[in-house]
Ligand binder design. Structure first.
Ligand code: SF4
Length: 476
């Protein structure tokens, strides 16, 4: 894949820099520092995109505020995966109308997956006339250009591309967290699961150059980052679009050798692409976390076929067994959709059976809701709301028991935890995750934030563990 002309690659970043400089000059003429308010919905990929948008805003001279009423620029990065998120986005954007009426110079921007849907853009054009800039998932690197057009007087700016082969490199980035960074390794998805909108909103798979990923992670290590999460809709097909074999396993082993990076995580993974080479790389690389999140979605082969997942119950169970044997102590998590069109009691019981067999450490479960524009939205949905809810409750009951039993297994054991900060619920405690992604709270002073510490687990709750620092053992 080659970078095309535009705001990407060396030429693109030079042009982008110039544009950002021009916006900075315009902002410099204002009486006070301009403020930006950013809100993001959806997945980690959206959060990573927002880190780039915030990076561009910072370079353009904006500071940030948590209060939209004070903002000079509002950016909303949207998600199209769930209907609930869409309703919330429209509700929130509606609330900005009053602020815009009071201060017409405010610039309101909306971007992200929802903007790849024509009906949404039409709705914004018609009903949300106070929204100034709309751009899609393929146009993020053009944000400075669009903002400049608006600041120079253009009434409304719309920039949406349906498909793109471009990968923007060298974008400014303002990361959300210290010590832990998200690194996108690929964009898009080729899988077309029948319920999912992502291939339509994010396009086909495009992998970043290995060299550029490694360069970014080396820089992160130099800046003191300890953990990286490699992002992509389906990271284990990394490199497939360039005809490379086992490129994800190779990438993991190369990142594993970067000095200073203590932990490597990745998401999301598709069971059909989870190769023996990737399993071996996870087992062998000391810094790759022994935690694998593999979305199963259903335990019924019949439903998996309707979902177009391209694996069945038996092959999924075989994969889980292979992973457990090859990576002793591995922590496993999954996603489950309850109430897919046509799901019978028998289909649901097969999902429960798989939960009991695999014993995931935790699951993310969702009640199915149709997304317009996907094949599943046209399937007859003959599962009643009550039935869906009944199955969902039972699923949680089964999994909560297993999750609690898994937590109890940690009692008395010592884990290495990357200290992420103070617990939001109780500031007395520091908080962090184990290698297997279990949340741990423990007492300690702020000097431990950003450090790898050893914590002995003394209390096990279903959703978190409480521990004590091991005396004299705490070093990086
Ligand atoms: S693998 Fe399936 S569920 Fe995941 S992003 Fe691609 S189409 Fe959607």
């Amino acid at each position: 894949m080659t970078e095309k002309a535009g705001l990407c690659g060396p030429d693109g970043s030079a042009k982008r820099k110039k544009t950002l400089e021009e916006i900075r000059k315009i902002n410099g003429n204002k009486e006070s520092l301009p403020l930006a308010y950013c809100v993001v919905y959806g997945c980690q990929q959206n959060e990573a995109d927002m880190e780039n948008i915030r990076g561009m805003l910072a370079e353009a001279g904006y500071a940030f505020t948590d209060n939209p009423s004070n903002a000079d620029c509002i950016v909303v990065n949207t998600c199209a995966v769930r209907e609930g998120a869409e309703t919330r986005v429209f509700g929130n954007v509606g609330a900005f109308k009053q602020i815009k009426e009071a201060r017409p110079e405010l610039v309101i921007c909306i971007c992200g997956c929802m903007m790849q849907q024509e009906k949404v853009v039409n709705k914004i054009k018609k009903s949300f006339y106070y929204v100034d800039i709309v751009f899609g998932t393929h146009n993020i690197e053009k944000f400075p250009e669009l903002l400049l057009k608006k600041l120079k007087g253009q009434k409304r700016v719309f920039e949406i591309e349906q498909e793109s082969e471009r990968i923007a490199e060298d974008m400014p980035v303002l990361r959300d967290r210290e010590n832990m960074a998200k690194v996108t390794i690929m964009y898009g998805c080729n899988n077309f699961c029948s319920y999912c909108i992502v291939p339509y909103t994010r396009g086909r798979e495009r992998s970043r150059d290995e060299e550029k990923i490694l360069h970014e992670i080396k820089l992160l290590a130099q800046q003191g980052y300890k953990e990286v999460t490699l992002l992509g809709q389906n990271v284990n097909s990394y490199g497939n679009d360039r005809g490379e074999k086992n490129a994800f396993a190779v990438l993991l082993s190369k990142i594993n050798k970067i000095d200073g990076i203590e932990r490597i995580r990745f998401m999301s993974s598709h069971p059909k692409d989870f190769s023996d080479e990737t399993i071996a790389a996870i087992a062998e690389c000391e810094h790759v976390c022994k935690h694998i999140h593999l979305a199963m979605q259903s335990g019924s082969s019949r439903i998996l076929k309707l979902m177009n997942r391209k694996y069945d119950k038996e092959s999924f169970l075989a994969l889980m067994e292979k992973i457990k044997t090859s990576i002793p102590g591995v922590s496993l998590t999954t996603d489950i959709i309850v109430g897919f069109p046509g799901e019978t009691d028998e289909d649901f019981e097969e999902t429960v059976e798989v939960l009991e067999k695999v014993r995931f450490d935790s699951i993310f479960s969702f009640i199915y809701s149709p997304r317009e524009g996907t094949p599943a939205a046209n399937m007859e949905d003959n599962v009643s709301k009550e039935e869906k809810q009944k199955h969902f409750d039972r699923l949680l009951e089964v999994q909560n028991r297993i999750t609690h039993e898994k937590a109890l297994e940690c009692l008395g054991h010592t884990f290495t935890v990357l200290t992420e900060g103070r617990s939001k619920e109780n500031g007395e405690y520091l908080t962090g995750h184990t290698d297997g992604f279990k949340l741990v709270h423990f007492k300690g002073d702020d000097s431990l934030i950003g450090k790898m510490v050893k914590v002995k687990i003394v209390i096990a709750r279903t959703w978190y563990l409480m521990g004590e620092l091991e005396e004299g053992e705490n070093n990086e």
